[in-house]
Design a binder for this molecule. Sequence first.
Ligand SMILES: Cc1ncc(COP(=O)(O)O)c(C=O)c1O
Length: 406
Amino acid sequence: MTDYKAADPSAEAAAAPPVRPAGDFLIFGSPLIGEEEKDEVLSCLATGWLGTGPKVAAFEQEFRAYTQAGHAVAVNSCTAALHLSLVAAGIGPTDEVITTPMTFCATVNAIIHTGAQPVLADIDPVTCNLDPKLVEALITQRTKAILPVHFAGRPCDMDALTAIARRHGIALIEDCAHAIETLYRGRHAGTFGNFGCFSFYVTKNVTTGEGGMVVTPDERLADRLKVLALHGMSKDAWKRFSDKGYAHYYVVECGYKYNMMDIQAALGLHQLRRVARNWERRQAIWTRYDRELADLPLVLPSPPAPDTRHGYHLYTVLVDPARTRVSRDAFIAAMTRENIGVGVHYQSIPVHPYYQERYGWRPEAYPHSFRVGRETVSLPLSAKLTDRDVSDVIRAVRTILIGPGA
Ligand SMILES: Cc1ncc(COP(=O)(O)O)c(C=O)c1O
């Protein structure tokens, strides 16, 4: 074990002045917004076309081209993208959908909203992604879909998951909230299954404030998603107030209010054009963390697997108090004291009371997710971070774990 400088390094750190001064708190996940985004939003405001319109159509087109997907449909969140995909896949009451306990609640809630039963399979403790062997063991007559999450931007084992879905004739819906840039054997995450669902929430690699996208290889399904996303009104209803004159629409099914606005797409268009540059910046930060935290008693993320591209969305470290002598929550409190914001992605799904009460889930039944959920902390990884910000994060972590001046 490392030779520590202090008996209780976090206490010693607390006595020293914070790494970042008061009033200079480093906000976790703060996005990098350029002048182009601001100008594009202003141009929306100037034209008065704020709602779903030509910028959404352009953003869909550019996103489709970037991911090399067949079709892309913009919506107002990844939660909406997941829900619509499940509905379009025909999932409903009496069905089961297998997903991971190591995810945001939205993944599971989207399944519940269809009336289907979510079924959890534990993760591989190294990748934090669904373990395909456990998935296959849970398939029943009622299983209608697998919903993997490319956790932190690391692709799931898509060879295994697509083979299982094919073997059992069930849908594959990929939660790509972390995985815009993620590649698996040269193919974009989200293009392996029937649907790929992306998030443009504030902290995500491409942001529209709130927003999401569904990609699908199937044109008919894409058309249905468009209808479902706007009240069930006929496909081009968003054009009804355009300069071509008013056009009637017809409600063809009972849909939802999930459409993206042009103001959101105005941000997304320029965020997407900078996606490669921002990814490179995050890769550089990731590499620095790997190098400069390597001697600490933390578990750092495992390196990306060969023939994949990691999306570098979250840099998650595990704080195991048996090694660090600081609990995860004490570590978070200490980082806050150093004026550095961190995140937790995630406490495992079965720790939440709603799911325990409704499904009788126990966290211990998914031991890898439970342990990771108790130990994980996400360090800042936004492309907005300056070199000094990154140095501050590293210094704060070192100070907390091995004492000031470390
Ligand atoms: C894995 C995962 N799935 C789904 C979502 C939901 O995304 P949104 O906030 O765009 O609805 C998130 C958002 O944090 C997420 O991290």
